[in-house]
Design a protein around this ligand. Structure first.
Ligand code: FMN
Length: 333
């Protein structure tokens, strides 16, 4: 109820200003009110202890500047990034659009971020006791053929601090990135990262599972090929899904034809279908993390019954407010 009023005011502002203001407000509020994470729903996934299965999806805290404040909303895990080896400004503004009639967002941010060193310095200072995921990408000006070098830098640097690392190959806003989902290119990317994992595990005496984040715009043949690579290499988890290139559900609406990735309500069904396909093709040992259009307890239940071990939200938080996190967690008790 309070959030509905607040949302009306926030939605009067340009989306990026509202975003910055909300995070600043949340930081202040979290200093006064920070309930402990509900751990009555703790589970072990990828060998990691998750206090509860509801997490924050990547892209909201790209630089790790607000981990503690977001953690105070009750998330069992927070995924920060996407972060690239070097800082970069992202695409020109405007690059973020709300479509309230459809409960949707279109973004073409383009991995605007302060670089991995900044993010890790922030993460090192966190007091948040939940699980921390670090989502890595490649710089805009790194050719796709050399993407593996950027991901190796990201993984090597994040390894000691992160609980898990997500390899983002599904953002539609970095030209050529999604091509890395083709089975042969994927093998050439994930193979070297898996080798690096072995080296780093020995050096740090720590495990940092690798998770790959996929697009919802894949047919079942592509899903089967990706799942085959993941199974073969022993990648620990898959996040299904990132945003979609489809405009189903927003055609004809203001901003509905903006370029970028679509998230929120219109993504839910597509994303759940992709999740189901991955569950069919992945080994049972590979963890599945759902993301895409979770706005209610029923949406979360849908993802879990489609085979998800964990779930993340982003657009739902913008439209439904912070109370959604608590509601989702309570619904699982
Ligand atoms: C504004 C915005 C920025 C995003 N940035 C990233 C990102 O940097 N990396 C990433 O892996 N996903 C990013 N995402 C995708 C989300 O993590 C999530 O996968 C997607 O939005 C589907 O979930 P939702 O429908 O709950 O928003 C972004 C989404 C939005 C709306």
């Amino acid at each position: 109820m309070i959030y509905k009023t607040l949302r009306k005011l926030l939605f009067l502002l340009p989306p990026e200003r509202a975003h910055a203001l909300s995070l600043a407000g949340l930081k202040g509020w979290s200093k006064i009110h920070c309930p402990s994470i509900d751990s009555g729903l703790a589970r072990e996934v990828m060998g990691i202890h998750f206090p509860n299965p509801v997490g924050l999806a990547a892209g909201l805290d790209k630089n790790g500047d607000s981990i503690d404040a977001l953690g105070c909303l009750g998330f069992g895990f927070v995924e920060v990034g996407t972060v690239t080896p070097r800082p970069q400004p992202g695409n020109p503004r405007p690059r973020l659009f709300r479509i309230p009639e459809a409960g949707a967002i279109i973004n073409r941010m383009g991995f605007n971020n302060e670089g991995i060193d900044h993010l890790l310095a922030q993460a090192a200072r966190r007091r948040y006791r939940g699980v921390l995921g670090v989502n890595i990408g490649k710089n805009f000006d790194t050719p796709v053929e050399r993407a593996v070098e950027d991901y190796r830098i990201g993984y090597r640097k994040a390894f000691p601090l992160a609980d898990y690392v997500t390899v983002n190959i599904s953002s539609p806003n970095t030209p050529g990135l999604r091509d890395l989902q083709q089975a042969s290119l994927l093998e050439d990317l994930l193979g070297p990262l898996k080798d690096l994992q072995g080296e780093l595990e020995a050096r740090h005496e720590k495990r940092t599972p690798l998770v790959v984040k996929v697009a919802p715009d894949l047919d079942e043949e592509a899903v089967a090929l990706i799942a085959g690579v993941v199974n073969r290499l022993g990648i620990e988890g898959v996040i299904a899904t990132n945003t979609t290139l489809s405009r189903h559900g927003v055609e004809g609406l203001p901003h509905g034809d903006e370029a970028g990735g679509l998230s929120g309500r219109p993504l839910r069904t597509m994303s759940t279908e992709t999740l189901q396909q991955f569950r069919r093709h992945l080994d049972a040992s590979v963890a599945l993390i759902a993301a895409g259009g979770i706005f209610s307890e029923a949406d979360l239940a849908e993802k879990l019954s489609a085979g998800a071990d964990l779930a993340q939200i982003y657009s739902g938080l913008i439209y439904e407010g912070p109370g959604l996190v608590k509601r989702l967690i309570q619904s699982l008790h």
